[in-house]
Write a protein that binds this ligand. Sequence first.
Ligand code: NAD
Ligand code: MG
Length: 385
Amino acid sequence: MTRTLSVFGATGSVGASTLDLVRRNRDAWEIVALTAHSDAAGLAALAKEFRPHVAVIGDALYAGDLRKALAGEGILVAAGPDALIEAAKMGAEVTMAAIVGCAGLAPTMAAIECGKTVALANKESLVAAGALMMAAARASGATILPVDSEHNAIFQCLAGDISRVAKITLTASGGPFRTRSSDEMRVMTPDQAVAHPNWSMGAKISVDSATMMNKGLELIEAYHLFPVGLDRLDILVHPQSIIHSMVSYVDGSTLAQLGPPDMRVPIASALAWPDRMATPCAPLDLAAIGKLEFEAPDEVRFPATRLCRDAIREGGGRPAQLNAANEIAVAAFLGGKIGFLDIAALVERVMDAHAPIAPQTLHDVFTIDAQSRVQAADLISALVA
Ligand code: NAD
Ligand code: MG
């Protein structure tokens, strides 16, 4: 049976892994929309291969390039943030939400409002607007299937009444600087920060993994997806990235999901759910891996997870504010403007400077997001002046 699928962020790391699975099972999927931000050539190549109804380029500056590349192909071309929302409203049976950052929020919400299945990789949208997004899913009847490997693992391990869950443990690789001192981290370059030991991912999430902000954002993500309360959400460093997360029950049982550190495994789980599909990923060879290690997270060297816990406790607009400040700080670090340790420090300074309002609407979230971006950018200007 053919199902319809849209891939938002098709040219990214998660987008590529998704389309790799589609390519191997071409007859199972009819593609409705493919989107990218600025890589018109990359999007055009994917559109020629996967024949979507529409190809959308988020940055309208590149609309001409995309139109030229797809001229005569019979594929609709659209451009700009509103076109992303329109494409989401086309209501594919499955939408892969794999745009990076809060830029994915509006199209992801539009997909949720269609009441179909949303495979959610775009964690920043859930961080910024978690309560609104979960309420929208309840109202529309949409199914949100987590693609983030930890949340996909938890989703697979959850069985029965959630009140019988004693603890959910998010595992963390610890990133490339797990064993580094603060003094060593101070001088780390963007190249060193994006060189993740286990996972191949986009630049932003790779830096988030190095600061551990990724795990903090995932804590916020888990808080919304699995309503067990913050005191039952835990983080455990597990350098091998084989156990992707665990759920412990009141009877003493702990269920874990294991797999190779390859995003095609959680993506396949979401695409096929509630069924299973084969992937080309090599099965685990635990004898070769030999041992699985665990250690407690260090919130002194990696303060980002503490900031995220604070944001959950304070609630309201805090997570949206934190997320926006982090997006600006990570971009500044990748652009060589600030140091590695400045990222979390900057997020903390933005949070200390001003308490945002509690968002009632998506518009409020975008206002908080925009204000926080300006504040973070001002602090960066002052820092580099
Ligand atoms: P990426 O940088 O490789 O790709 C991002 C995609 O989003 C690209 O297609 C890009 O064109 C598009 N995009 C970027 N900015 C945009 C904008 N302003 N408007 C419209 N489109 C825009 O990122 P990624 O690593 O694939 O991550 C995507 C999302 O999935 C992130 O939220 C990330 O946290 C999450 N995620 C990624 C992984 C991974 O292994 N890469 C794992 C778990 C979760
Ligand atoms: Mg993850």
